[in-house]
Design a protein around this ligand. Structure first.
Ligand code: 5AD
Ligand code: SF4
Length: 443
């Protein structure tokens, strides 16, 4: 008899990947099928994020809701970064929870399932060489973890305390996994790590020296893998070799996430980011120069920005707006600073704290600026020809959609073919941030 698993995934792509691992392990080793109804589930898992305070605060009311409506005998497990952060406290506070599984202990899922009140949250645990079960169904895109943990100590960030020190996954394992995925029809890989371009910094097994540019190159040689994306690189490790491989390799999509966090060199220093405003702008200029040399003027850049970090003055915030105006990001994820335990900024003296109304206003100003820039950029796209991987196809309604390699979602009116095809599309229309166009050539 199969059992039913309900899983709720919060946070980043890394958590999504961890959930995929958990689902595959439970399907293969414990015969669990997924359900989207928690009331039907024999096992309810919450894969949590702790990067900001609010979702963490909501965890206990969520557990209460699940406990109230669950099937008799169903288990509840808390996984992910908040599991690492709060550990056994979760079970003390909420006796409904059957086990707690930290973000760096995902490979122990079948173990904790059978150990009443298990708490596995060791942030030194190393599952970088563990081969997880394969997902049973596969689309045309897949996530591939290339490293675990993070060695940086950005002063706002809780992740080093939930995911531990950085370890790269051996290259052979990654190449094997990518070949397996390609054989199952995967065309696009999204490589994941907290700091992807630091790949190769440390392995837990004897390993030849290999860096991120080399890994990208080797993955791109695999037949069937048509596109590579990755997230997130750190601006500090964006050396020329990496930028050159990025620009030159046609399988690497020309879109990149470059987390800015702040445009003020003073705040970047307080955040312990290791670069200045000028360094960031210079790296972006170099990236665009390298891409332009390869005939790609349209590289898409996304970013993360925090406003209201302690000590951020109006002038510091102006620097952030200035970088946003100069770079003209294609996508911007922006957040109000949220103090997190363990981090070095947590105990900042109160005189440096930014008033919450001021922070909210700054966030709105930044988001409005981004919307204006995006609308202008979208107009500039009209007439361009881009390569799109078709991800959705509605034959009857005669529309399809997919992402261009510079990562814009594009609606297509005249596509005839199958999901997974890469086609050349001429952009004919832009409304706000959305783009649409017509196929002009099939592969
Ligand atoms: N407060 C607000 N935003 C944060 N981030 C990380 N830590 C915090 C925090 N304490 C943001 C950063 C990071 C993204 C994943 O979340 O911008 O890049
Ligand atoms: Fe991902 Fe960071 Fe949230 Fe953990 S805390 S789930 S690493 S965003």
């Amino acid at each position: 008899m199969t059992k039913k698993l309900y899983i709720q995934t919060l946070g980043c792509a890394m958590n999504e990947r961890d959930s995929e691992h958990i689902i595959a392990e439970l399907a293969q080793k414990e015969r669990y099928d997924l359900t989207d109804d928690p009331k039907q589930a024999d096992l309810i898992l919450i894969n949590t994020c702790s990067v900001r305070e609010k979702p963490e605060r909501k965890l206990f009311s969520e557990i209460g809701q699940f406990a109230l409506h669950k099937k008799q005998g169903a288990k509840i497990g808390v996984c992910g970064c908040t599991a690492s952060h709060l550990g056994g406290e979760i079970i003390k506070k909420s006796p409904h929870v059957d086990f707690v599984l930290g973000a760096r202990n995902t490979s122990k899922i079948t173990q904790v399932l059978h150990t009443p009140k298990a708490v596995e949250v060791d942030i030194d645990y190393d599952d970088s060489t563990y081969v997880f079960a394969s997902p049973q169904t596969m689309g045309i895109k897949a996530l591939l973890n290339i490293s675990i943990g993070c060695d940086k100590k950005c002063s706002y960030c809780i992740v080093p305390f939930t995911r531990g020190k950085e370890i790269s996954i051996p290259q052979d394992l990654l190449l094997n996994e990518a070949r397996k995925l390609a054989a199952k029809g995967v065309k696009e890989l999204l490589l994941l790590g907290q700091n992807v371009n630091n790949y190769g910094v440390r392995f837990s097994v004897p390993h030849e020296k290999v860096d991120f540019a080399t890994l990208l190159h080797n993955l791109s040689e695999i037949d069937g893998i048509e596109r590579l994306r990755f997230t997130s690189p750190h601006p500090l490790h964006m050396n020329d070799e990496f930028l050159a491989e990025f620009a030159r390799n046609p399988k690497i999509c020309k879109s990149i996430h470059i987390p800015l966090q702040s445009g003020s060199s003073k705040i970047l220093k307080a955040m312990k980011r290791g670069y200045t405003k000028e360094w960031y702008l210079e790296r972006v200029a170099k990236l665009r120069e390298f891409c332009a040399r390869e005939g790609r003027e349209d590289v898409g850049i996304s970013t993360d920005i925090i406003v209201g970090f302690p000590g951020e003055s109006d002038a510091d915030f102006e620097d952030t707006l200035d970088v946003a105006r100069q770079v003209r990001f294609d996508t911007m994820y922006s957040f109000i600073y949220s103090p997190r335990p363990h981090t070095s900024a947590y105990n900042t003296e109160s005189s440096l704290l930014v008033d919450s109304e001021v922070a909210k206003e700054r966030l709105a100003t930044l988001q409005n600026l981004h919307r204006e820039i995006l609308a202008q950029k979208s107009q500039d796209e009209i007439g361009r020809v881009v390569e799109v991987l078709v991800e959705n196809h509605h034959k009857q309604e005669r529309w399809s959609e997919g992402r261009s390699d510079h990562n814009r979602l594009i609606k297509i009116g005249n596509f005839v073919g199958d999901i997974g095809e890469i086609v050349r599309v001429k952009i004919t229309n832009a409304q706000g941030g959305s783009l649409s166009g017509e196929v002009i050539a099939y592969a």
